[in-house]
Write a protein that binds this ligand. Structure first.
Ligand code: GCV
Length: 612
């Protein structure tokens, strides 16, 4: 099967989008002509907002009417409705978030940081190297789920990525032109100290030579790519340069860059991922989850209007289970973006099945969509023939786009739609079985990995597989502090005080043992192994039970998949990976259970085998 046919939720689009189409409306017409099962045409609605669209019945078919980019989103929405059998949307549709961004951590040597779907789709050997057909396919995937900004290089800006906005600008402009018909605008990650490569003796944001350098740089970038979106910055984080070197705040650093891009209508996206990554593990006062709030909350109201502060969903770093980041509630006068991670860095690396919609539904319950102004996700794309490594990992990009356009709790609908679109020939019962398996997959993964919100029990080398003490004596601020009587960190008022960063209702919920969700118990509390849970089980028995259950459910998943008539080569790829997941789930179960048994001395109440 050719790459063009392996397009996850768009398998009905058999022809690649031809090179000559310049405008989204032309792409829309092309897609409707080959994908619609009834007459359908696309037209620009005079005066309509750029991304708005509506579907109007016309005879036996439809008119898709929209703004310049909206017409394309409307075309895909119509195709989605026709191919899922759902009623097409009625009324004027607009995205909830204007900026729906994908952050790619691609390096110019072709590697992808935390990439699990092969090498970079566009970089190799220090420069651009891509198949334009493939990039158009990617543009199609983006537009079909409504994503509109692509940041194409790693936030850890390694040389020669700085050349992207210097001598490689013409190549960047060519790349931008390929994605423009799909409504996708480009962004690049920049290095805060970049002027120093060019002879400026400092990167102090308050030094006028630094401001001048960035002004000239921005003029050059927007002259080459007038619809360029902006710059993304990781500063003072994990050894990246930043304003702290000069005694300046992150507002001063971000505003300096924001002022360079503002005359061009550009945005400056600044990541709020700052913590002490050189902590002494003996230091029990410093508590890493406190860091982002402590750094940024005092700066609320100090950022320029075109700055977007991008905050990870939780206070740590994309763990299986974290509470929502308290920073979201602390900065009402700042435009915040929610950052999610589609790359399954700590969640199975696109080997284990891990569908994210259930997690995002939960997040939406704690974080009302209007709390943030934009959304971003770390990409799970790569050069593998199916773009995603695991065929099911495609669901997470699709779902991210769907939530970004219209954020409301709807995991079942999104998962069912993806299954129906991706595997149209599966019998109904098999489709239902697959959707149920996917909807359960995050819970299953959580059952056999780090328990009850502990986080960080993965191998520190590659973030895959169990290593309960692997992060314990490291400098990353990632501790569970297990001893023979208790485990976990007290983050209540009597402990590190982290919980006090939340608004009162959430603080009270997390601080009280009566209301703290079981899944977060050991995130917020330090408890003895024989602590009696709400359901009467001891904490350690709950850990044993969860791990045996997680393993049993993984084995059941493997059997379901074995019996599922998935098309080739998805079937082979899925079966190969579930085989590895099964082995890994056993490893997790045995290692975590024996870790808890060694500390607690408790036997399993059901006499199951726990290794010494
Ligand atoms: C791009 C974690 C990852 C890093 C990543 C960093 C970040 O620490 O392990 O690979 O760096 O997050 O989000 O900046």
């Amino acid at each position: 099967m050719s790459e063009t046919q392996r397009l996850s939720w768009l398998p009905f689009l058999k022809q690649p989008v031809p090179a000559g189409l310049r405008e989204p409306v032309q792409v829309a017409a092309f897609e409707l002509a080959q994908g619609a099962s009834c007459p359908a045409r696309a037209e620009i609605g005079p005066g309509m907002e750029d991304e708005a669209w509506e579907l109007l019945p016309e005879g036996e078919g439809w008119i898709v009417r929209g703004g310049r980019r909206g017409v394309l989103y409307g075309a895909y929405a119509l195709l989605e409705a026709l191919h899922t059998g759902r009623k097409p949307w009625s009324g004027l549709q607009k995205p909830f978030y204007a900026d729906r961004m994908l952050n790619c951590w691609d390096n110019m040597d072709g590697s992808v940081e935390r990439g699990y779907a092969g090498r970079s789709l566009w970089f190799e050997n220090g420069g651009f190297a891509y198949d334009p057909k493939r990039i158009r396919q990617m543009g199609r995937l983006f537009a079909s789920c409504g994503l509109n900004v692509l940041c194409l290089n790693n936030v850890n800006v390694h040389w020669p990525a700085q050349r992207l906005i210097a001598d490689m600008l013409p190549k960047l402009a060519e790349f931008a032109a390929i994605l423009r018909p799909f409504g996708v605008r480009l962004m690049t990650s920049v290095d805060f100290s970049q002027p120093m490569r060019d002879g400026v003796p400092t990167a102090d944001p308050l030094d006028s030579r630094v401001q001048d350098w960035w002004n000239v740089c921005a003029d050059r970038v927007w002259a080459a790519i007038p619809d360029f979106f902006g710059f993304l910055v990781k500063a003072d984080s994990e050894h990246r340069p930043g304003p702290f070197t000069y005694g300046r705040t992150h507002a001063e650093g971000a505003n300096m860059l924001a002022r360079a891009v503002a005359p061009h209508g550009g945005k400056l996206v600044w990541r709020a991922f700052v913590y002490n990554c050189q902590q002494d593990w003996r230091d029990t006062k410093t508590d890493r989850p406190c860091a982002a709030y402590e750094t940024y909350a005092p700066l609320d109201g100090q950022f320029d209007g075109n700055v977007i502060l991008q905050v990870k969903n939780g206070p740590f770093d994309f763990q299986v289970r974290e509470p929502v980041s308290p920073t979201f509630f602390a900065m009402p006068r700042t435009d915040l973006a929610l950052e999610l991670q589609l790359a399954q860095e700590y969640t199975g690396q696109q080997i284990d099945i891990y569908a994210m919609p259930p997690m995002w539904d939960e997040l939406l319950q704690d974080l009302p969509p209007q709390t943030v102004k934009a959304v971003a996700a770390v990409s799970n794309l790569g050069r593998d023939a199916n773009f995603f490594g695991h065929p099911f990992a495609a669901l997470n990009l699709f779902a991210f786009g769907e939530y970004a356009w219209y954020p409301c709790v709807r995991r079942e609908q999104i998962v069912r739609d993806w299954v129906r679109l991706t595997y149209p020939d599966l019998p109904d019962g098999d489709r239902a079985a697959l959707a149920a398996l996917l909807l359960d997959s995050r819970h299953v993964y959580e059952l056999y990995t780090a328990p009850l919100g502990l986080c960080w029990m993965v191998s520190p080398n590659n973030h895959y597989g169990p290593s309960p003490d692997g992060y314990e004596y490291q400098a990353w601020g990632t501790y569970h502090r297990a001893d023979r009587s208790a485990i976990g960190i007290d983050r209540t008022g009597g402990g590190t005080g982290y919980a006090a960063q939340y608004p009162d209702a959430l603080r009270a919920r997390y601080e009280s043992l009566d209301t703290c969700p079981d899944e977060l118990l050991l995130f917020f509390h330090r408890l003895p192994y024989d602590y009696v849970m709400r359901d009467g089980r001891t904490l350690v028995q709950r850990v044993y039970d969860d791990h045996f259950e997680g393993l049993a459910r993984t084995e059941a998943m493997a059997e379901t998949l074995e019996a599922l008539p998935l098309p080739s080569p998805d079937r082979e790829e899925v079966l190969e990976r579930i085989g590895r997941q099964r082995t890994d789930a056993r490893e997790w179960c045995d290692i975590i259970n024996s870790f808890f048994r060694r500390f607690s001395g408790a036997e399993d109440a059901h006499g199951r085998r726990i290794y010494p």
